[in-house]
Design a protein around this ligand. Structure first.
Ligand SMILES: C[S@@+](CC[C@H](N)C(=O)[O-])C[C@H]1O[C@@H](n2cnc3c(N)ncnc32)[C@H](O)[C@@H]1O
Length: 180
């Protein structure tokens, strides 16, 4: 998708963090394997990852809802979604910690991508637990580089005895996968 390439160049030139190409490739395989229909993203930034996921899941009628706390980033995201002709994305300028996610989402959610503030990952997990099923696939980004910010995540995983995998996708970073 041409506009997605342009958006990556734009983000890189302004140091806006977005998913790596390796994460993109990983998501492509994972999404095609599980074919999720109802998807959620926490931390949409300017729309890059939601456009990417939306493009893959559109093939089987999937849709994604994205939450982004920064209003300027959310607005740029809306514009990017339109430029990319993505009509299966809904985005909200909300803090995922206080948004009425349960009301806004069809449940259970099939796929969740967590890419917000690293220190809040455990709190996001507490929230998404309420809209998940035992089969919900969860991908959590940047878990190697920011390992020391993930105290709440590891506390939650231990408390709930949740099994997970960590996949090193880049020389210095990777993702955590639950049910993947
Ligand atoms: C790494 S960026 C996301 C990049 C995006 N997923 C992509 O690849 O295009 C993290 C984003 O999470 C947002 N964020 C941080 N805390 C949040 C929260 N509590 N709720 C929603 N968004 C949050 C930040 O404003 C930032 O834009």
């Amino acid at each position: 998708m041409e506009s997605l390439k342009e958006l990556r160049v734009y983000c890189e030139s302004r140091r806006i963090p977005i998913i790596s190409l390796a994460t993109e490739e990983f998501l492509w395989k994972l999404l095609r394997k599980h074919k999720p229909k109802i998807c959620l993203e926490i931390g949409g930034a300017v729309g890059y990852s939601s456009i990417y996921v939306a493009g893959v899941i559109d093939t089987w009628g999937g849709k994604i809802t994205s939450f982004e706390i920064s209003y300027p980033a959310y607005q740029l995201g809306l514009w990017s979604h339109k430029e990319a002709h993505c009509y299966n994305i809904r985005s909200y300028p909300y803090n995922a910690l206080s948004a009425p996610i349960k009301k806004l989402m069809e449940t259970p959610v099939d796929f969740i991508f967590i890419d917000g503030q690293k220190s809040q990952y455990g709190e996001y997990m507490e929230i998404v637990e309420k809209i998940s099923s035992p089969h919900t696939v969860i991908v959590i980004d940047d878990v190697i580089k920011y390992h020391n910010k993930l105290i709440s995540l590891y506390w939650y995983l231990q408390k709930k005895q949740i099994k997970y995998k960590i996949l090193k996708l880049d020389p210095d970073d990777g993702v955590m996968v639950i049910n993947g």
